[in-house]
Design a protein around this ligand. Structure first.
Ligand code: ADP
Length: 152
């Protein structure tokens, strides 16, 4: 049986080793994972989209099953356009779970798209783009929190 297609959506402002790890672990299940950089018109973010996309390309360089793209609008609509039947999301804690559960149910109701949750590895559960941005703003060394191959 052909493996399904998945979308891993996010802001990736910036991509972290937590994001990278989720994609690595989900990869055996799917023929393609589209890592989809959400263009949020109301939430500007710290890094320009060009920069975020460049880091995503560095992170997943040499992985032909991973495709990087940008999108606007609903993730469920993107899934339909791409023929993706799954959304992949990472869960770090119960707050993530609470938020993600409602979104997952809505995506299922809208387009019948299933969401696959993977728990963050314990060593990544404290890593978020928000904290990495804070560290960067304060000139801390963030190399341990970025995917292999990504240089700021
Ligand atoms: P969003 O703005 O959509 O939450 P993010 O870029 O913050 O986008 O996160 C994208 C996905 O990656 C989400 O499912 C989030 O829970 C997951 N994620 C973020 N950080 C980690 C981490 N350290 N470990 C595992 N999953 C993570």
């Amino acid at each position: 049986m052909n493996r399904p297609i998945a979308v891993f959506p996010g802001s990736f402002d910036p991509v972290t080793i937590g994001h990278w790890s989720i994609v690595q672990r989900a990869l055996p299940l799917f023929s393609t994972i589209h890592v989809a950089l959400g263009v949020n018109t109301t939430k500007r973010g710290m890094f320009e989209l060009e920069q975020r996309e460049a880091w995503l390309r560095q992170a997943f360089h040499g992985m032909p099953q991973v495709n990087i793209l940008r999108f606007e609008g609903l993730t469920a609509d993107l899934c339909e356009r791409l023929g993706a039947s799954f959304i992949v999301r990472g869960l770090r804690n119960s707050t993530d779970h609470g938020n993600e559960r409602s979104i997952a149910l809505m995506n299922h109701a809208l387009r019948g798209v299933e969401t696959l949750f993977l728990p963050a590895l314990p060593e990544h559960a404290h890593i978020s783009s928000t904290i990495v941005r804070e560290l960067i703003a304060n000139r801390a060394d963030v190399r341990d929190f970025l995917p292999p191959g990504v240089t700021l």
